[in-house]
Design a protein around this ligand. Sequence first.
Ligand code: NAD
Ligand code: LMR
Length: 332
Amino acid sequence: MAKDPVRVLVTGAAGQIGYALVPMIARGVMLGTDQPVILHMLDIPPAAEALNGVKMELVDAAFPLLKGVVATTDVVEACTGVNIAVMVGGFPRKEGMERKDVMTKNVSIYKSQASALEKHAAAGCKVLVVANPANTNALILKEFAPSIPEKNITCLTRLDHNRALGQISERLSVPVCDVKNVIIWGNHSSSQYPDVNHATVATPSGDKPVRELVKDDVWLNAEFITTVQQRGAAIIKARKLSSALSAASSACDHIRDWVLGTTEGTWVSMGVYSDGSYNVPAGLIYSFPVTCQNGEWKIVQGLPIDEFSRKKLDLTAEELSEEKALAYSCLN
Ligand code: NAD
Ligand code: LMR
């Protein structure tokens, strides 16, 4: 029997990421090729015409799984009945800006959209915040939508996770699908800690630690880390626009794994509400290694953290605490 359609909200749908993301959702990349969807697309009035153009293209593409499109500048209409909300709307970083610089503009959007989601989304709606500063926008959304369970509010660090997999794959000339269990700790910013201490590569004689295969701790502890931390800025420099296709694809990965589950023996990175695991202060949205089952994520516990890593986990937590304070000062 055909499944009932799932309603997926994409805010900022007339923007770059939105334009890459909505066809992926309509093709089943996010929720599976047997899952019909109804797309809800929100943007602001100056982008209404462009948004309508995206809707026209979705109709023209005749996606078999797409059972309806709501394209609107009304936040209540956009949020009504949605099961999944991908929050992309906001202002992107330009060359030379840190993600913190976009804070003032974006946190106030997340405060106001929190209440629309809380009041009008379907029960159990899963929220993924993509717009920067992603962790802090997600935290503001959580704090101003107190009736949405904190486990349902997450932010995107899967792009950084995928970037880390990509760097290892390039370095070792192995297929990216053979690399697993990297971790992005902390903030989706240049303070994040891409950690390969538990990562492995599938080989004909079984999984081997990345460190054993790379045989270059200097590269792994320095250049690898900064390349992943700075990849967003490198893309902006090259494209004069921030990443879009990789962000859209990673957003699909994030939701797909959250809803349909992670593969046995594999974890992924998600920005989630900290419960104090790994001595990360509770009350931050912080990226952890997680596994997902039955629509719920769980932080992977018990991984040994060496002194080098500890410092990096703490540094990115400190930045998030500062961002939280700054966000509240912007809202006051
Ligand atoms: P963009 O400027 O192309 O699109 C953003 C869209 O949001 C625009 O159409 C704009 O009109 C719309 N918008 C602005 N305010 C809105 C509001 N209040 N409600 C609804 N829509 C609104 O930007 P983009 O390149 O698509 O990037 C979107 C966001 O995602 C940026 O904040 C960017 O920094 C961030 N980003 C995050 C990641 C990540 O990994 N977390 C990766 C790439 C980009
Ligand atoms: C990215 O990581 O590509 C995005 O967050 C865009 C940015 O500002 O770096």
